[in-house]
Design a protein around this ligand. Sequence first.
Ligand code: PMP
Length: 393
Amino acid sequence: MTTQTSHYLSNTVRNLKPSGIRRFFDLAAGMEGVISLGVGEPDFVTPWSIREASILSIEQGITSYTGNAGLLELRKEISTYLSKSFHVDYRPESEIIVTVGGSQALDLALRAIVNPGDEVIIVEPTFVSYGPLVSLAGGVPIPVHTKSENEFKLQPEEIEKVVSNRTKAIIICSPNNPTGTMLSKQELVEIGKIVEKYNLLVISDEIYAELSYEGAYTSFSSLPGMFERTILVSGFSKGFAMTGWRLGYSAAPKEISEAMLKVHQYTMMCASTMAQYGAIEALKNGIPEVEQMRKSYRQRRNYFVSSLQEIGLQCHIPGGAFYAFPSISSTGLSSEEFAGKLLMEEKVAVVPGNVFGESGEGYIRCSYASSLEQLQEAIKRMGRFIANIKKES
Ligand code: PMP
């Protein structure tokens, strides 16, 4: 009897679309001389002292599992760091879990709270993982749209348009991937009012908190009344340049953390032990290096965004992360066409905005976590590309 292997796949997985970002990476990977503004990761190597601390732990033969929630010493460092930097207080013993990247913290959060059919609001343009993670947890992702005229800031009344009696939670991300938009304290307060009105939970993805360029960063759970309603998700990938270490964390009220830990202990046991030793050093002594990196991204943001505007691509000034999200509507091309042609004709890889949801159409995501020389060359090529389109039309 012949078997069709697709027969074994679950309907949920069958219905998931592969990430649109990967497709462009794969295309670009087969070409020479490509400048990639596609990847969402720092161009810095993890600071040496962090690498050294991890190496030392291996040399000392510390190679076994840690406790499920992670090393207590690391959780204490995370707790102190969150308190000092963002004015939020979480108990290391019961409210913090060390996870395999912020990605796993998101997964745990959703699996701990979603009943089949529960709705979770996601803000478009959206980080590509939110929708699929909601679906994998048995929930239904409900998009809410943001617009460039509001610098892609979530408008509280838009939440009210999509909220229903099935809505369990909303995922917010500030500074944002893909738009770079950072919400002010007052804007978060306004969102908090709606959250309270409809009794929602907030999954606050604060993975880019260290990379904010305009004023003080506000952590959602620091707002009055929001501690009990927030699952804070963060990690070391972006701010500390540690993407490959796969280390993140969640911070949430005890009962929610305990529920997440149940899922974590059966699915992951614990995060990588040697990575956890690196992270302790990152929080103890790595902050000045994070600050150096932040300054460098800020400088590149200023150059890149003003250069995009000079070559004719409208772009709001992103308050954080390392993404610019310019409009390409003046070219008359769709975001897929723009990104495809730009790659083929000028060998610059960007991500078409439509992979971040419907409201990303008409935009492209450019990561400026590249050297200034690379950015200058990318701008030269993009400028030529746009000038050619204008000539043709
Ligand atoms: N959230 C957002 C918004 C991201 O951009 C990313 C990484 N691209 C993550 C979470 C996950 O990061 P990690 O798993 O590496 O911590």
